[in-house]
Write a protein that binds this ligand. Sequence first.
Ligand code: TPP
Ligand code: MG
Length: 346
Amino acid sequence: MSHIESPPDTSTDPFSGVPIGVAEQDEAHEFYRAMSIVRSVELEIEKMHRLGRMSGSFHSSIGQEAAAVGVCAALRPTDLVTSTHRGHGHALAKGVPIEGIFAELLGRASGVSGGRGGSMHLHHRRSGFLGENAIVAGGVPWAAGAAWARRRRGTDDIAVAFMGDGGFAQGVTHETLLLARFWKSPCLVVCENNGLAHSMPSERLFGPPGTIARMVEATGVLSRYVDGRDVMAVARVARELVAEVRRGVPAFLECSVFRVRPHSLSDPDYRYRPRGAGQDWLARNDPIANLRARLESLPANRVARIDREVAEEVAQALERAEAAARPPASASKWFVYSSPELQNHA
Ligand SMILES: Cc1ncc(C[n+]2csc(CCOP(=O)(O)OP(=O)(O)O)c2C)c(N)n1
Ligand SMILES: [Mg+2]
């Protein structure tokens, strides 16, 4: 973390009028950096996709960055995360290297999944990122089981499962929450309610934002709702829940966010929502731009420097990923059957 020259003891949040301590200012800047990295990486991926330099689909999390960053801020490196088809933000927020993600999408051997997984199958054990999963809600039982295994091993590590609002319509989510409570599995299920499950409006299925959290609460599971545009609020609530989860009380968090882009880059979303709906929302609600405006009003703000550093870091990571080698043709047979020569690739 970088340092402020001659920092004032406190400053005042221009919106709330509440004094902000130096530590909180530092943290807000780091959240700004982390969210900017997610945004910048995904904008680069959009370019790669348009230029036909990557294969496979891509589900953008633009507009949802505060949920990923705020929740992962409550975790330690040894905690585990499972994710969805829209998981780049979760991976980056949990510490998966940018270069390894780009290399994965470009089909390079140095990709986090050896270049064979692509956008929806990132995984990186060293960062505690168990992986993405393209099966809606598939990460939920995975996290609950992993958390339970950690607990049996005697650690107090926890697991977080990110899922979408569509995941709440999956039976396995409800089964998992019940079982996790029964077995005291230290897992936190985070529902990023972005208003749509592909073209199905979440309000039509569940009611207004916050309803999903109340439904879970009614089952006796510890459950909260938070505005997923506000990274500071997400981090605060996530920390409260994570403290409980570490004691063996599974929990649920609904974050209201917004899917700015179409479902995937090949989705004609103008068929089911007004053209420009995403950009209109972003113009008024962008979690990054809003935090930037708040930080810019602080005397010790350093957002311009962070912008430059993020741009440089992302550009360098992309350059290194592009320069990396592709896997040999013989690699196509790896992991089909177990074999000793895979020792170095496991
Ligand atoms: C079990 C299952 N059913 C259907 C699909 C097809 N599918 C892929 S993404 C998606 C919508 C998911 O919506 P949500 O969980 O809200 O996540 P979001 O895309 O909004 O992030 C669907 C239905 C799937 N991948 N898995
Ligand atoms: Mg959704």
